[in-house]
Design a protein. Structure first.
Length: 174
């Protein structure tokens, strides 16, 4: 048996002010999208914004439903909306912002900023990597909270290195 290893690189920014202007603008769009989230059960509000190659920005927010798991994550709402309205247009970047807004949310300690940084769930990772492959272009991932450190990945492939692609459906199991 041979042991193998995955490595990936990512960037961090201490705040949105440290982001490249284009990424900062997309991040602000995700913050705006978070305000339209419907999260009465989890109190976990998520906003996403995808920037297309043509400069169009499409927003999405998480949409919960009392009949779990009938809801949908913000990332998939934004990506599916973009793919439906602009089929075949490459996606340059996806910004994701999250915040827990429950009654018992812990306040940030004095002198610090609270960061609710979150990375996409497994289902969203699968969808994002499939769109990277479908469109033939990496999708830059920018994720964080309302404040604090922002994580930047050059491609969603880093989030899901052993992604399941359609070719697996055509192979016979031996």
């Amino acid at each position: 048996m041979e042991r193998k290893e995955f490595k990936f690189h990512y960037h961090t920014a201490e705040s949105t002010e440290a982001l490249e202007p284009r990424d900062a603008a997309l991040y602000r769009e995700a913050l705006e999208a978070m305000n339209s989230a419907y999260a009465p059960y989890s109190k976990f509000f998520v906003g996403a914004a995808v920037e297309l190659e043509n400069g169009v920005i499409v927003r999405g927010s998480n949409q919960e439903n009392i009949a779990y798991p009938s809801g949908l994550c913000a990332e998939r709402v934004a990506i599916f909306a973009a793919a439906s309205k602009y089929p075949g247009v490459k996606m340059r970047a996806l910004a994701i912002v999250a915040s827990y807004r429950g009654e018992n949310a812990d306040p940030a300690p004095a002198g610090t900023e609270k960061s609710d940084s979150v990375t996409p769930c497994g289902a969203c990772r699968q969808v994002i990597t499939e769109y990277e492959r479908l469109l033939g272009s990496p999708i830059r991932i920018i994720t964080g909270g309302e404040n604090g450190t922002v994580i930047i990945l050059d491609s969603a492939q880093a989030l899901l290195p052993l992604v399941f692609f359609s070719e697996a459906l055509t192979k016979q199991v031996k």
